[in-house]
Ligand binder design. Structure first.
Ligand code: PMV
Length: 327
């Protein structure tokens, strides 16, 4: 029998939605990409010598216990006895701002539990398990967050279809800025659902328009046409605003980005507060500073292409190469 590691760590990145949030819930295509901010979960035997807080794999970021409901569901899915383990999560990814923190937590947790119990799940299995945990956080998620967070890179996602890695001419330079308004994706998704049910004729054409923007953005990304991509992001933000997903604060942040030289900007994720993304081909530090001066946190990140194709048979060996278990 394989010896259990004393400490198993699973990691997963955060994400941004480049175009198509909310419309993706209604079967349209969205483009989403992983970012270089992460959530990490460490699992160790309960009461064992490993003090998890000290051993947690990332030194930076905050540490907190994994939410009980998520842990219960994840242990049930992986067949680990919850009484046998201690867990801790750490992150350098801001939480609850539309950057995929709950999906990253779900994926990292599944990966850590799988390693701890000697399993080598495929990415497809990790993604499916993470989707089940995501339902606790989001009610009826489209699946975009757990998918991009599992596979990484830039993906075109449409519910029910195999996610497709998107061709990129060059890395996409972004600034992410974070608003101060508290928010919950579940609320904005539910609110839009009620408005759509009351008047589908108003919303369906907007979803179609967003779908068209996502398609056009794929071409712009393949040729590296950032001027065009920025305009498409602006148009997407305007549609989200008309759908009442944006807020005054998010609109102010988007305006600041455009005034400060961004090619385009839009809210990202669930909206109702949270984060925006700015496409910035020029002085990114200048833009970060402009946000900071106005009281908003901001950071730079690049979107790169998927490291591997999803169809390429993700086997257990690769899983173990990418995630660590220590005896
Ligand atoms: O969970 P967030 O805020 O990163 O956004 C998820 C994207 C939505 O389209 C709003 C919801 C979904 O499940 O697709």
């Amino acid at each position: 029998m394989q010896a259990r590691p004393k400490l198993a760590c699973g990691t997963a990145p955060g994400k941004v939605i480049l175009l198509g949030e909310h419309a993706v819930v209604y079967g349209r295509t969205a483009l989403a990409a992983s970012i270089d901010r992460h959530v990490e979960v460490a699992v160790a035997p309960a009461g064992g010598p490993a003090r998890l807080a000290a051993l947690a794999c990332s030194a930076d970021g905050t540490h907190w216990p994994v939410p009980v409901e998520a842990l219960e569901r994840a242990t049930a899915l992986t067949g680990v006895n919850i009484a046998d383990i201690e867990t801790v999560a750490s992150a350098n990814l801001p939480f609850s701002v539309g950057l995929g923190s709950s999906a990253a937590l779900s994926v990292a947790l599944i990966r850590a539990l799988a390693l701890f119990s000697g399993q080598s799940p495929t990415d497809t299995e990790v993604c499916a398990h993470a989707f089940e945990i995501e339902k606790l956080f989001h009610g009826f998620p489209s699946g975009i967050d757990n998918t991009v967070v599992t596979y990484g890179g830039l993906l075109a996602f449409r519910h029910g279809a195999t996610p497709r890695p998107v061709a990129l001419r060059k890395p996409v330079p972004l600034v992410v800025a974070i608003g101060q308004t508290a928010r919950e994706t579940q609320k904005t998704v539910r609110g839009l659902r009620q408005r759509w049910e009351a008047d589908p004729g108003q919303y369906e054409p907007m979803f179609d328009e967003i779908d068209g923007l996502a398609g056009a953005a794929e071409s712009a990304l393949s040729t590296g046409d950032f001027a065009r991509l920025g305009k498409l992001m602006d148009a997407n933000h305007e549609l989200l605003r008309r759908m009442k997903i944006s807020t005054e604060e998010l609109d102010q942040m988007v305006s600041l980005a455009r005034r400060s030289g961004a090619c385009g900007a839009k809210l990202t994720g669930g909206g109702g507060g949270g984060a925006i993304i700015c496409l910035c081909d020029g002085d990114r530090q200048g833009l970060v500073d402009a946000f900071t001066r106005s009281g908003w946190q901001a950071f730079s990140t690049d979107i790169s292409k998927a490291e591997e194709t999803i169809e390429s048979g993700d086997d257990g060996e690769r899983f173990e190469q990418r995630h660590s278990a220590r005896a």
